[in-house]
Write a protein that binds this ligand. Structure first.
Ligand code: SF4
Length: 382
């Protein structure tokens, strides 16, 4: 039995009515909660508008997670990772993002979507054919460049995949371009829907992961620690590459014990050769989302209570010395368990790289290919 994400209401745009996703959604959810958006009559008593844009209140943000809109995306799908557009401030790998929707049905206290989104719905874009056509054009021009494409920037890559089955289309596509890498990034355990597909070895299924203590307190509605581990084992056993993002590391009084437990469990369950990469990141968010986080999660959250400082990219972060201490602790711990673990920092400054590794990424042999600049391609700039 599949566990579907819960929605109070589902709207389907006229442009999406005949899409495979709309047909599938209509077959999975009760008709009473589904409305064709152009048939919808404005209701003066309804405190909700599909078209309203702009910063959301906490209530509007909560509601946007429970309201699904199937629509077509009118812009360019394929974009460069936000970290790469702030090159002076951040040391960023060559990552490109493909957004096939926005908003998330899970609910992490620190989620940056709280300050990023301005639309009152969870969107799924039904025109995946256009996204794949864009990818094909670029892949045909640059089949030998090691482009990395991720689908988990403003939506979890797999948490709504039971509705879309986009993972299957993307895996079949990327299998044709063995030098390219496709990355699914998720906090769900939805993997069964694609495991029957053979991979050309260039699809990485990755989990953002934290110690159970943090998952239970801060990552509401996500797959629990051992559910994520079990899903990763299934993917590994089917020949998929797997990766872990220990991100965001969150300081709390017992952080050393809890992150040691995480390192030991990863080392117990996997070999370094099973795991494409482990990346580390620390808590960060835009100052303007602090108020919403407090309203939504209260002061019991480790995130809303944290002492944060202005930093690169106009984000709040722990101070540089604490970030470096946390990264060094994790790197030393993993390397002491097995020196073959491939570990790097995500969205961090060159200074933190030097403090944590004593080098910048281009000086770390295992990471050089990830960070090697690729030719500038007009279409990749966001
Ligand atoms: S899983 Fe990711 S996108 Fe979803 S709420 Fe958590 S941080 Fe946000």
């Amino acid at each position: 039995m599949i566990m579907l994400p819960t929605f109070d209401r589902i709207f389907i745009d006229k442009t999406s009515e005949d899409s495979e996703v709309a047909l599938r959604v209509r077959s999975l959810y009760p008709a009473e909660i589904i409305t064709s958006s152009d048939e919808r009559q404005p209701n003066a008593n309804e405190n909700f508008s599909l078209d309203k844009k702009g910063p959301m209140t906490a209530d509007e943000f909560n509601l946007s997670k429970r309201t699904l809109l199937l629509t077509t995306f009118k812009g360019q799908f394929f974009k460069r990772c936000p970290g790469a557009t702030q090159k002076k401030a951040l040391t960023c790998c060559n990552y490109h993002v493909l957004n096939l929707g926005s908003q998330c049905n899970m609910n992490c206290s620190y989620c940056y979507l709280q300050s990023y989104l301005n639309s009152r719905t969870t969107k799924i874009f039904t025109n995946i054919d256009q996204a794949l056509a864009e990818l094909k054009e670029m892949a045909d021009q640059h089949p030998d460049q090691p482009f990395r494409v991720g689908t988990g920037e403003v939506i979890d890559s797999l948490s709504l995949d039971l509705l879309t089955l986009y993972s299957r289309r993307l895996i079949e596509f990327i299998n044709q371009y063995p030098k390219w890498i496709l990355e699914f990034k998720t906090k769900s355990n939805n993997v069964e829907q694609f495991l029957d597909l053979k991979t050309a070895g260039n699809t990485v299924v990755s989990w953002s992961i934290n110690p159970p203590y943090i998952i239970d307190r801060e990552e509401h509605g996500t797959a629990r620690f051992y559910e994520r581990i079990a899903a990763a084992i299934k993917c590994r056993d089917q020949g998929y590459k797997i990766a872990f993002h220990i991100d965001p590391m969150i300081w709390h009084p017992e952080w050393k014990e809890n992150y040691s437990y995480l390192a030991e469990e990863l080392n117990r369950q996997f070999n370094p050769s099973d795991v494409h990469i482990i990346s580390l990141g620390s808590l960060r968010f835009q100052p303007e989302q602090r108020h919403m986080m407090r309203e939504r999660f209260g002061l019991d959250s480790l995130v809303t209570r944290a002492e944060m400082f202005s930093s690169e990219g106009n984000k709040l972060r722990y101070d540089a010395a604490l970030r470096s201490e946390m990264f060094q602790f994790m790197i030393k711990k993993m390397k002491a368990l097995d020196s073959a673990w491939n570990i790097f920092l995500c969205m961090e400054t060159p200074e933190t790289w030097i403090q944590s590794f004593d080098k910048v990424p281009m000086q770390v042999p295992e990471l050089r290919s990830l960070f090697k600049p690729l030719p500038q391609i007009r279409d990749f700039q966001s």
